[in-house]
Write a protein that binds this ligand. Sequence first.
Ligand code: SF4
Length: 219
Amino acid sequence: MRESKKTKETRIRHILDALAEAYPDAAPQLHFSNPFELLIATMLSAQCTDKQVNKTTQALFPVYNTPEKFAAATEAELEPYIKACGLFKTKGRNIIASCRILMEKYGGEVPKSLDALTTLPGVGRKTANVVLSNAFGQPAIAVDTHVFRVSRRIGLAKGNNVLQVEKELMKNIPRDYWSRAHHWLIWHGRRLCTARNPKCESCAINPYCDDYKKRNKKK
Ligand code: SF4
């Protein structure tokens, strides 16, 4: 049976309340002290753990911490600092190219719009939304692998690609929850709703989770 608008809103409210209660301290795990550092850290985080990125930036930022410095660097000069993050050749090339654009077009500042950010090489919607939300306090939902998996399991979104899921989440979740919901879903995906063997019996959301309900109906 199709869920009514009111039932869906109530279910989503319960899910958000449960996530808020479970993860009151949910926050970005990447270390940064300004929007530019967050941009670089997020670019380095593709297919790399936050822990490794933090280790990398701890050594990188004391040497390279402005668009000007990165723009003047060569890929070979950056390589020893970022190698441990993986995909370092592409990441190094994109970071240098992006910093040259920041210098030429944006006066060395990180732009505050999704359109401008996503013109930078290596900066997709996910990275741009992370920066807009965490560095500039703009409401945004960055869809990473955890947000994608968890929101589809719960039934907060049904889309088959990250853009569809991002749009559905923005439609289904009240705007003032977007940034917090992004962190809650990541934390939930890391702690309980893991890719393999989600710990559903310990999950406070299980009464509202589509995937859990479907699996238990079949039994
Ligand atoms: S009930 Fe299971 S599948 Fe659903 S959100 Fe919780 S851990 Fe994930």
